[in-house]
Structures are given as C-alpha cells and as structure tokens.
Design a protein around this ligand. Sequence first.
Ligand SMILES: Cc1cc2c(cc1C)N(C[C@H](O)[C@H](O)[C@H](O)COP(=O)(O)O)c1[nH]c(=O)[nH]c(=O)c1N2
Length: 264
Amino acid sequence: MQPPGRRLATARRQGEYFMSSPAQSIQTNPQFSAEERAAVYRAIHTRRDVRGQFLPDPVPDEVLARVLTAAHHAPSVGFMQPWDFIVVRAPEVKQKVNQAFRLAHAEAELMFEEGKRATYRKLKLEGILEAPINLCVTCDRRRNGPVVVGRTHIAAMDLYSSVCAVQNLWLAARAEGLGVGWVSIFHQQALRDALGIPREIIPVAYLCIGYVSHFYDRPELEAAGWLPRLALGELLHFDRWQGEADAAGTALLARLDDADPARG
Ligand SMILES: Cc1cc2c(cc1C)N(C[C@H](O)[C@H](O)[C@H](O)COP(=O)(O)O)c1[nH]c(=O)[nH]c(=O)c1N2
C-alpha cells in the first residue's frame, strides 16, 4: 500500500492520463459480411506449415509490411507488446541458422524410438535456405518493467503474447499467398548466437517465409502418417475436466462436423 501522499499523486497522474487521452470511440462497422467471414475461416483452414515449397520470388516490401503489421496488432498481456522482429535475408546469417538446425536435427533423430527414426529422417522440417525471408519473433520479458497487468501470477503470459503475434502473421501471410514454416529444432543459445540476440531476449519463433508453388490441403505430418488430427469432440469438456455433455453439450457436439470443412 502506498503512503497517502504518493497515492494521491498516482491517482492524479492516472487522472491526468485518462483525461488527456482521447475519448474511446467505437467501431462504426462492427459486423463482418458473409464473404468477409468466409475469408477469415478460409485463411484459418488453409493455413499450412510450409517447409519445402518455397519459390525464390521476392516478397514486396508492402506485403511484408502488411504481415508484420498484422503481427504487431496481436493481443498481448497488459498491452505489453513484448515482441521484436528480426528480418533475415543475408545468406551468411541463414547459413549459420541452418548449421544450428542441422546440429539439433541430428540430435533430435536419436530422441525418437527406433521404429520412428526412419520416418523422422524423411521429414522435411525447415526451409531456411530456400525461403527468401526468414523472421525471428522474440519476447522481451522485461519490457515495461517487472509488474505487468495480467502477468502478475502466470509468468509465461508474455511468451504466449509473442506466440499470438506469430499466429496473426501466419494467417495474414496465408491471405497474401505466402507460405510460413516454423522451425524450432535449435538449441536456443545457438539461435541467439547466429542472430546476435542478447541473453535476456527469448527467441520465440524462427519462421521461413516466401511465395510457394502450392499449399497442401492437410498438415504434412498428418499426410506422412506421423499423427492424425484429433477429433475435436473428444477434446471438449463441460463445466469441469471430468464433465460429461448434458443436453446443451450434446447439441454442440452434433454441430462440430458441419463447422469443419475437412469433415462437414
Ligand atoms: C510451436 C511450433 C513449433 C513448430 C511447428 C509448429 C508450432 C506451432 N511446426 C509446424 C507443425 O509441425 C505444424 O503446424 C503441424 O504439423 C500442423 O500442420 P499445419 O500447420 O496445419 O500445416 C514445425 N514444423 C517443422 O517442420 N519444423 C519445426 O521445427 C516446427 N516447429
């Protein structure tokens, strides 16, 4: 609890802030048309993790600016905006990142049980050198000081916020016809070293970005028989973890297949 004098000063400062900030206005066109709604769902359902279909075609700056801006408009805990974006085009930097991937990839293979190693070896899991643009999305956990609205009790919220930026970018990129592939098979420090990232900054995502020859209609890991898509109905819980579906739950479950373009 602050002493009364300090409390008053803080309240006055906050009052000044709220009084001096422009009045909040409301969105004038809040509804999406049916076509706009369909376009959003199309981006969601046709987004893919792209590893091997990159074309060398350059990505125009105005397109890259749009997808970066989409990332920057992601939600973030306490409006912390903990992200930075490292745009990587230099071949020598990509080479260093690629070496870091190769090392971790060789280690990763040995972590799977023997029966799966041959399949793992065949998977293409990055497009670092082929993609014209690589992008590292980071998280600065110290941004705006130690106490952040919404992160007071669960520290990882800042990391989740940077992931929200990644997802915004991924969907915007799909709408632009750009493929994005997330590569996470690295020692974190090796990625920091390759990109000159300071110790206190967390590299959250390393993304390969570029135009593509085609998008697959299903996740590559699903098509390769690595894992199937789980049934959403088996992942829904009602009121509590062990909760069974009541009438309302059953009605919702009956609607799920129609909502999924791959099943409906
Ligand atoms: C946090 C995280 C990390 C990774 C991935 C994703 C996410 C969310 N994915 C992509 C992942 O394999 C892919 O999203 C799923 O297989 C589903 O496929 P679609 O994204 O729907 O095409 C991924 N893919 C890959 O080839 N190499 C990788 O290192 C990673 N790492």
